[in-house]
Design a protein around this ligand. Sequence first.
Ligand code: NAD
Ligand code: 2VS
Length: 486
Amino acid sequence: MRQIDNFIAGEYTGAASGRRFDKRSPLDNRIIASIAEAGRPEIDAAVGAARAALHGEWGALSTEQRVDLLYGVADEITRRFEDFVAAEMADTGQPGHVMRHVFIPRGAANFKVFADVIKNVPAESFRMATPDGRGALNYAIRVPKGVVGVICPWNAPFMLMTWKVGPALACGNTVVVKPSEESPQTAALLGEVMNAVGIPKGVYNVVHGLGPDSAGEFLTRHPGVDAITFTGETRTGTAIMQAAAEGMRDVSFELGGKNAGIVFADCDFDAAVEGISRAAFLNTGQVCLGTERVYVERPIFERFVQALKARAEAVKYGRPEDHDSSYGPLISHEHRNKVLSYYRKAVELGATVVTGGGVPDVPDDLAEGAWVQPTIWTGLADDAAPVREEIFGPCCHVRPFDSEDEVVKLANDTPYGLATTIWTTNLARAHRVAARVDVGITWVNSWFLRDLRTPFGGSKQSGIGREGGVHSLEFYTETRNVCVKL
Ligand SMILES: NC(=O)c1ccc[n+]([C@@H]2O[C@H](COP(=O)([O-])OP(=O)(O)OC[C@H]3O[C@@H](n4cnc5c(N)ncnc54)[C@H](O)[C@@H]3O)[C@@H](O)[C@H]2O)c1
Ligand SMILES: O=C/C=C/C=C(\O)C(=O)O
């Protein structure tokens, strides 16, 4: 069993209280790690270390020096690639090929991309006239926000954590990261990388623990934290925003979704089935950008449902290291209880269960894991809970539609506004519908295709602010104007 400690001022340390909590494998429910639970003293120490680094060696570096160090971080992640793959597979139970091709490479990319952004961003400047005819020159400079609190979820732990830490450090901030209690390992491992490449002590700190009345709340309420970036549930975002109001700290939120997939009859059928099945079932449906509501134009509805069913039934349950495994468990039994409660509710509300709806038969050694079947429903009312609420599981409801106006209305009938995916070969329609869907991110004939320079975030209750490319700088820096009378 692994011992995972907090990482404060470049050192791994337990908690003064001696408190620890267990991490269980989602694959078979075995305890795989014991994690030190940070209390107020550890949060104080981590925030203090972050502040000291800001006023010390880190704060004195030039942008070029910081950029070089961040390239070093990316290279070291790549050098220790298999360690990160193993740590994340252990925490999430997701297949190795997803780790190797999507989540861990993105961790390295998140440092490289923002190092490039900060190196290349121009300064804003305005020349102005003055009554004496000599004029004045305004220019903006960007300074770090300070100590940034980073609160992360468990569904793609390393990718989502570095998506925040990369730009925060590129902009010259220091961070205190609180990973999810369900996925502490890659954040802990990144401490070794930081030390190996010579990132000054205190720049990157990790405190472990739970949310309310634990490390998460202590960190977000700490007056020494200047800004908070959070990815997780909308309800948690509300609690964090209340904490951030004290002291008027800035927030950046990437929250939940109930994303629509829109499939027109003129789509490339096979590509659409493949795309929607990835959007619904990748990472066992635990992707904020995933599709839990699918709208299919009536002429191809039945055929589409059958093709999606075939995809769902083709998943291969297995351990992450099994080469032919394509599908992992949910993160925990607690989360499985939630997902299964929606599976039951859908039936109670009269859904037709096209496939799935329960717990699969898995080999004996996996029987205690948090497995659920990929599940497809039809026939639910538009206001049924499984169609309205974020389930965060491998499931979707498929419903026919007859017109563009109707489907836009259906897609927008939600308090969320994160992402949508549209499938059509009619270019004009693609642009038209994309402009009418109230979300932060629209994919046309694709899903989760990420250019890290683009604005990323949610509308409505799916988030506040945008991260990605120069948009991250809006949050991770304070812009100051200097006006020089000539
Ligand atoms: N929009 C996006 O980009 C995006 C990306 C990934 C996940 N998500 C969302 O994340 C959710 C799944 O992740 P989750 O279950 O880990 O989310 P969560 O909100 O339960 O937990 C996220 C983090 O917040 C901490 N936390 C909980 N309560 C807190 C409190 N009161 N104060 C401070 N910290 C607290 C948790 O310990 C954890 O580290 C889904 O809703 C999903 O849609 C959104
Ligand atoms: O589960 C959510 C996935 C979010 C993805 C990103 O934040 C990203 O690709 O940067």
